[in-house]
Structures are given as C-alpha cells and as structure tokens.
Write a protein that binds this ligand. Structure first.
Ligand code: PGA
Length: 249
C-alpha cells in the first residue's frame, strides 16, 4: 500500500536554534493518524531534530547526500553519516541541485543507489522547466529523468523509492501547478512505472507533488487519485502552514 506523505524541505533556512523550535512545534502537533510527515533539514540540524521527535508518524530526512561513500571529499556528507543521525529519508535530485550544482542523471542514479544501500528512502525529484512545458516537452523530460535516475533498480529497490514531481516553474514562485496538471503528470508517471515494474509496483509508489503547495491549495491537489502528498518548501518553514498542509488530507 502506498503511503500518504508530507515532507518539508527547509532548504538553506533556519539557524540550529530556529530549527529546533520549529521541529518542537511540528512534533507537538503531528497526529499519529497514518500520514507520514518528514522534516528534511539541513545536515547540521539532523541530530538535534532526531532527539526532538517522539511521534511514530514523524520522520527525519536530509536534503542531499554525497555521491561517494567516504574519504577525502571536503565538505561532503555521506549516506552512512546521514543514517547514523537517525534519519530515514534523503531528497535526491531536487531541481536546485540539478541546476545550481550541475547534478546530472548519472550522478543522481549513483546517489539513489548509495541511499538505498544505506537503508535511506530516496525522495527522488523530477520536473520540467517552464520552456519545456511551453514547448510541450514536459512529459518527455520527466520520463527521461525517471528512466535515467531510477529504472536500472531492481523491483525490490524501486519499491523503496518515493517520487516527487516538482515542476521547476512552480517552485518558490507562488504559481502552483493546477490540480489537473498535477494529476495528468502523476498519472503518466504511474503508468511509466507500471510499464517497467508492473501494476502492483506502480500502485504502491508514493508520488508527491511539490511547487508552491500551501494550505489553501493542498486539499485540491491531494484530492487527486495519483497525488499521494507533497514536498513542501516555503510553507514548511512555518509550523502553522506546514501543519495546515498535513491536515489537508
Ligand atoms: P516551494 O518549494 O514549496 O517553496 O515551492 C518546493 C520544493 O522546492 O521542494
């Protein structure tokens, strides 16, 4: 059975003290009602936030991981290090990593495999830029990202991956994809997964929507049959907004 998931991506926001405060408020408000809530914090917050979490439905995640396992890679953080903090999730292939840090499909595929080997759940991001949508290429772009990022995984490994569809033009812009646009893409992604791994695997894959998701639009977005939750940026920085999205289910 696929999970309903709301994951907050704090990006490069919050001092340690601010992050602790936010995590405490979220932990207090999360209800153990079957919806999985994930806080994807900066690396430096992971251990402290892990110690705050007392709810069974609240999980910890990182926003990135190194593409190597250990050694002389100054400034990098490995999957084993992330796992050792008590984190269970890691975002891989966020559009900001793809565009600002030139992370390509091959590198992201490597990171996904490292995360799985460390028993972290990858939240694998995909999504087109505005010009690609305007040219009518959005389906092809997302298909290629998923095929190159994920489709050499065994069915067993693939079943552990969460997919997040995040149209780049919707991220941080205040312009979310419409409910129909989200459903159309999520359905196409599920069909793509079904072709490769079969109907059962497709049915069990959680596909999250990300991009200007807020309490006011979450209900409509999450009501779609193929939208299993959200990856939330800006609105995850405020407990009231974030919990408003969680309660949209
Ligand atoms: P946003 O970001 O909610 O601020 O648009 C989403 C994301 O980048 O994951």
């Amino acid at each position: 059975m696929r999970k309903k998931i709301v994951a907050g991506n704090w990006k490069m926001n919050k001092t340690l003290q601010e992050g602790i405060e936010l995590a405490r408020t979220v932990n207090r408000q999360v209800e153990d009602n079957g919806i999985v809530v994930v806080l994807c914090t900066p690396f430096i917050h992971l251990t402290e936030v892990r110690n705050i979490i007392t709810k069974d439905s609240l999980f910890l995640g990182a926003q990135n991981c190194a593409s190597e396992t250990s050694g002389a890679f100054t400034g990098e953080v490995s999957v084993d290090m992330i796992k050792s903090t008590g984190a269970d999730y890691v975002i891989i292939g966020h559009s900001e990593r793809r565009s600002y840090y030139n992370e390509d499909d091959a590198l992201l595929n490597k990171k996904v495999k490292l995360a799985l080997a460390a028993e972290l759940t990858p939240i694998f991001c995909c999504g087109e830029v505005l010009a690609e949508r305007q040219a009518g290429n959005h389906m092809r772009v997302v298909k290629t990202q998923i095929e190159k990022g994920l489709f050499d995984l065994s069915i067993d490994d693939f079943s552990k991956v969460v997919i997040a569809y995040e149209p780049v033009w919707a991220i941080g812009t205040g312009v979310n994809a419409t409910s129909d646009q989200a459903q159309e893409m999520h359905k196409a992604i599920r069909e793509l997964v079904a072709e490769k791994y079969g109907n059962l695997a497709a049915d069990n894959t959680s596909i999250l929507y990300g991009g200007s998701c807020k309490p006011s639009n979450a209900k409509e977005l999450f009501a779609n049959p193929d939208v299993d939750g959200g990856l939330i940026g800006g609105a995850s920085l405020n407990a009231a907004d974030f919990m408003g999205i969680v309660s949209a289910f």
